[in-house]
Write a protein that binds this ligand. Structure first.
Ligand code: BEZ
Ligand code: FE
Length: 295
């Protein structure tokens, strides 16, 4: 038991609290909690936090928890709109060796999307939207193809909802996993994504409204590319003509992950369609998977 002593004045409280953590066995937890308390106490002093404001902040946290359930994760959304997810993603995945830039996971990845044959359509019901044909390769930093890589893709429907948010869509709609061939290639069919608002019916939506921020994301596809021997790449590819590229509410759009969507006019028996070609470069490392934000 650590006897941290009687609390003296307001100024010495921070050191007293950190001293109470002295016996923490896990050294990383000890470091994290001491720094968290130092920064949180500094924040309280800097803004001269009132008792009412502390109540409101704690109520916000409680409501984040209450809004979170199997098919919605308000905690991830909160970290996303505050730029915390993007900061951690950029710091943990510096694109230093020519690998594809990472982007935040977001709250909508589900594990175990259907494994699909090359070229399969990830729209699991007819959708009235322009078809998009996506193709590319998975490479190492020397440009060598990586066979057997798993390319996990997910996107919102053109009306802006992921299937887990929308009873009108089949389970696992617009989600699929593809395995690269010997030349590192993958390809699939989908529909052209559109920009959409993040969920605004919870406490995060209230915060965005109070900050007079729009809730929109630029049109994008999510990718998680993984294989044994490579560091898992979590990223998003943005449509080059998308609205909100320069004001993404979750700060996910970085310059190098903008992809070129090429429009091909209707011809003979083919409708107008888009193509997107994009190669992913993986760095050597360990294959890991995040904890799915939803079930
Ligand atoms: C998304 O793109 O799926 C997303 C990312 C962050 C917050 C909300 C949605
Ligand atoms: Fe998304």
């Amino acid at each position: 038991m650590v006897a941290h002593g009687l609390v003296g004045d307001e100024r010495s409280l921070t050191d007293t609290v950190i001293k109470a953590f002295e016996d923490t066995q896990d050294p990383r937890l000890k470091t994290l909690m001491a720094a968290l308390v130092r920064h949180a106490h500094a924040f309280v002093r800097e803004v001269d936090l009132s008792e009412r404001e502390l109540e409101a902040a704690l109520d916000f946290l409680v409501r984040i928890g209450q809004s979170t359930h199997d098919s919605h994760n308000e905690a991830v959304l909160a970290a996303d709109v505050l730029g915390i997810s993007t900061l951690v993603s950029l710091r943990c995945n510096p694109a230093a060796q020519g690998q594809t830039a990472a982007a935040l996971l977001g709250p909508f990845w589900r594990a175990d999307a259907p494994l699909c044959e090359p070229g399969a359509d990830i729209a699991r019901a007819p959708i009235d939207a322009e078809p998009l044909f996506v193709a590319g390769r998975v490479l190492d930093p020397a440009g060598q193809p990586l066979a057997g890589a798993l390319v996990d893709v997910w996107q919102a429907s053109p009306d802006g909802l992921y299937e887990n948010q929308d009873d009108g869509q089949p389970d696992m709609n617009l989600r699929g996993r593809f395995v690269t061939d010997d030349a590192g290639r993958f390809r699939f069919r989908t529909v052209r994504p559109r920009g959409y608002p993040v969920p605004t019916d919870g406490p995060v939506g209230e915060l965005l409204a109070a900050q007079r921020r729009h809730p929109y994301r630029p049109a994008h596809l999510h990718f998680m590319v993984s294989r044994d021997g490579s560091k898992t790449l979590i990223t998003q590819i943005f449509a080059d003509d998308a609205e909100y590229l320069d004001s993404d509410v979750v700060f996910g759009a970085t310059g190098s992950t903008v992809g070129r969507l090429v429009r091909h006019p209707a011809e003979a028996d083919l409708p107008a369609r888009y193509t997107l070609d994009y190669d992913f470069v993986l760095q050597a490392g360990t294959r890991t998977f995040p904890k799915p934000p939803i079930k």
